[in-house]
Structures are given as structure tokens and as C-alpha cells.
Design a protein. Structure first.
Length: 289
């Protein structure tokens, strides 16, 4: 991947992956703008916005950093931080004065992700696929307008370095995994999310929106979606949703080099294998009675 390549104007300069469906650096809406509803409890929304700022590469943050990331006024952030520390959701280091997630927040995260047996099985199947196809395989779930990465596996002979790891995010509107997940969401939830995306369009939204709807239709027809050099000539991507009974769906993604993965192979091999993994995971979840 050429470091000096030209990127679309709406891509953050920090992007190291490009707009090929697995990027982690697409510009995100300011956290403070993401929740707008007549039923919204503003202090709660703001507190959750603060917690969502922390990530593996942003484990310790100061008051002003959090204010910039959320769009919440610094004095308000400071008051909320004090409450979150008192409740055990955040810890403040006495020396640096920076904040980090504490036990209560971590407990919420562990409770929210797929159960350990399901995620362990997913890791085994992802590793098999990555090794057999020399690809990069990802597992994610929805977190507001993002896809949150839960796990990654990379084939030992894969010539890829996407620098993705658990805890990182991709914008749901600018990733193939996001489009695949949208395809299986309940109609009311999908309509709400699409409405939120259309409320904050950028210059590329007509193209992105059209492609998103095309891929949602493709997922409904085939069970998976594909991109083959569409934005990044050297990258091929496949994504398949994992609908689960009585719980939020997951989504699987697989990325490789176009030179090694012809488009026909995406459709005949990688897509069906992702669907097979999805069916295996779904079968392990008991159907509620």
C-alpha cells in the first residue's frame, strides 16, 4: 500500500488503511451530536459518551481531551467525570490527573460481548479461515454508529497489516462490515440508523449511500457482501452478518489481496465460508422458549 496515495477529502489524515471497508479512521460524528431524541436523558447520554471515548489506544485521557472528543463543554465534562469516578466507572491517576476505565465499566463491557464459549468458537473458525486463505478475518458488533471490533485473526502467510485489534471501531456507513450488519437489523432499528446517517451527510454521501444500499441488497440475496478493489485496488473484502436469537447480531469480515483473491473466489469460496461460520455460531446459541 503506497503511503503517499491520494485519499477522498472526507478521510482523516490519520488513516492507514483507506476506504476499503475495514478502515478505522473515517471521520465520526461528534459524540455529543449522536443522540437526539425526545426521550433522551441528557446527563445519561453525556456520561455514556464519555465512557465510549476510551479505547485501547486511548486508555488514559485528560479532561480537555475528553471534552474535545465528545463535544461536551469542559466544565460539564469535569462534573460528570467526578460522578463517574465516585460510581467506580472511571479511575483518576493522582500524578497525571488523567482518567481511565475502572472495574465497573470493564464489567459492563465483558457482560455485553458474546458469551465466552461463542467467542472462543468464533476465534477457532476465524483462525482456520485466515490460515487457509492467507487473509485477515475480523469479528465485530454494532456500537451506536460504529462497528466495534471484538476479535481479529490473520493468516501466517498473509501479506497484510491492517493494524486492527479488539476495541477499535469502524463507522457503520463507511465499512462493508457495517453494511452487512445493517442488512439483518430489525426494520425499525435499521430505519432509525439510516435516518441518523442521512442527518449528517458529507460530500461523498450520495455515492456512499447508493453503494451501501446496493451491498445491503447483495447481503440479503447471497448472505454476504463483497468489494473487490472498489476503493483500494489491492484489497478484496467479504462480510457476512451473524444473526443470533434474542441478542444483537455479530458480523464477520475477511480481507485479502486482490492479486491472490479473484472476485469469483470471493463469491464461490470466501463468502460461503463466512456464511458457514455464521451458521455454526448461530447454532451454538440456544433458541429462547
Amino acid at each position: 500500500m503506497q503511503p503517499g496515495r491520494s485519499l477522498p477529502t472526507h478521510v482523516d489524515a490519520r488513516s492507514g488503511n483507506g476506504p476499503h471497508g475495514v478502515d478505522t479512521a473515517w471521520p465520526k460524528l461528534p459524540r455529543g451530536e449522536r443522540a437526539a431524541s425526545d426521550t433522551t436523558v441528557t446527563p445519561l447520554v453525556r456520561g455514556l459518551s464519555i465512557l465510549s471515548v476510551f479505547a485501547p489506544d486511548k486508555a488514559a485521557l485528560g479532561n480537555l481531551e475528553i471534552a474535545r472528543a465528545t463535544g461536551i463543554p469542559a466544565p460539564t465534562v469535569l462534573r460528570l467525570l467526578k460522578s463517574l469516578v465516585a460510581l467506580g466507572y472511571l479511575h483518576q491517576d493522582k500524578t497525571s490527573r488523567k482518567y481511565s476505565l475502572a472495574a465497573a465499566s470493564l464489567a459492563l463491557g465483558y457482560a455485553a460481548i458474546a458469551d465466552p464459549d461463542l467467542q472462543r468458537l468464533a476465534g477457532i473458525e476465524m483462525r482456520k479461515l485466515a490460515e487457509a486463505t492467507d487473509t485477515y478475518v475480523l469479528l465485530g458488533t454494532r456500537e451506536r454508529l460504529d462497528i466495534l471490533i471484538l476479535d481479529t485473526r490473520i493468516g501466517s502467510r498473509a501479506v497484510l497489516d491492517l493494524r486492527l485489534r479488539p476495541g477499535m471501531r469502524m463507522h457503520i456507513a463507511y465499512s462493508l462490515m457495517g453494511w452487512a450488519l445493517l442488512a439483518v437489523l430489525p426494520e425499525a432499528e435499521r430505519s432509525y440508523l439510516l435516518g441518523e446517517l442521512e442527518r449528517h451527510p458529507d460530500d461523498n454521501w450520495p455515492i456512499i449511500g447508493r453503494r451501501m444500499h446496493e451491498k445491503i441488497a447483495q447481503v440479503r440475496e447471497l448472505g454476504f457482501g463483497m468489494l473487490h478493489g472498489d476503493w483500494e485496488p489491492e484489497l478484496a473484502c467479504v462480510a457476512a452478518p451473524v444473526p443470533l436469537p434474542d441478542r444483537p447480531p455479530l458480523v464477520l469480515g475477511c480481507v485479502g489481496r486482490t492479486g491472490r483473491l479473484a472476485q469469483a473466489r470471493l463469491e464461490r469460496e470466501l463468502g460461503p465460508r463466512l456464511v458457514a461460520i455464521a451458521q455454526t455460531l448461530r447454532a451454538r446459541v440456544p433458541i429462547p422458549v
